[in-house]
Design a protein around this ligand. Structure first.
Ligand code: GTP
Ligand code: MG
Length: 194
């Protein structure tokens, strides 16, 4: 079979409601973001395909991305866990103006650990939706360190480079894949030597 991509990568967006998952995903997928102040909750899950090229160790990879958006409302939580299963990457969203959304990250990270079987690369995204910040950078960094995940701050409103965040995520996933493939090849060579 002749595939037109090197890797198919699944990335899931998760986080409490109104943390800006859909808004950010729409920017990344070149879809219409809609009005900033118009909130349309995601019902269940939704996904979009995006293609991109990334360079890792001077080699260009053609990537087909499956970007999965999930509804942050509590009633979807149980069935959303199933979508974590074979994801290679996860964006964990928190609204730095909403303490509850930060508290929910603790539950979500436990769910990710329980349901994800791919040892996904996880990135905590501190998004600012609102006027008064109640979650500090220090708190977010500590959370990321304690859970051994990546961390970034984002303010889509100011046109910050959301695609840069996606590229970092994809590169880190490819690193992981290459490490695994290298490990398998090494194992094969070891078997031959034995
Ligand atoms: N001020 C500001 N508003 C934002 C930002 N990102 C998203 N919004 C707005 O915040 C609201 C919620 O954003 P969504 O992307 O729909 O949130 P969500 O996390 O997908 O919510 P659920 O689908 O319910 O889980 C929308 O009105 C967005 O336009 C941001 O960076 N700054
Ligand atoms: Mg949404």
């Amino acid at each position: 079979m002749n595939l037109d991509y090197d890797y198919l990568i699944k990335i899931v967006f998760t986080g409490a409601q109104q943390t800006g998952k859909t808004y950010t995903l729409n920017i990344m997928a070149d879809r219409n973001q809609g009005q900033l102040d118009l909130y349309v909750p995601t019902i269940g899950v939704d996904f979009v395909i995006k293609r991109m090229q990334v360079t890792v160790h001077n080699k260009i990879y053609n990537i087909k991305l499956q970007l999965w958006d999930t509804g942050g409302q509590e009633r979807y939580q149980t069935f959303i866990n199933v979508y974590y299963r074979n994801a290679s990457g996860m964006f964990l969203f928190c609204n730095v103006c909403d303490l509850e959304s930060f508290k929910k990250c603790s539950t979500l990270i436990e769910n990710i650990k329980e349901y994800n079987q791919e040892d996904a690369q996880v990135m905590l995204v501190g998004n600012k939706i609102g006027t008064e910040r109640v979650v500090s950078v220090d708190e977010l960094v500590t959370f990321a360190q304690n859970n051994n995940i990546m961390f970034t701050e984002l303010n889509t409103e100011n046109g910050e480079d959301t695609n840069g965040i996606l590229e970092s995520m994809v590169k880190s996933i490819i690193h992981q894949i290459l490490l695994r493939e290298h490990g398998k090849q090494k194992q094969k060579v070891d078997e031959i030597l034995i």
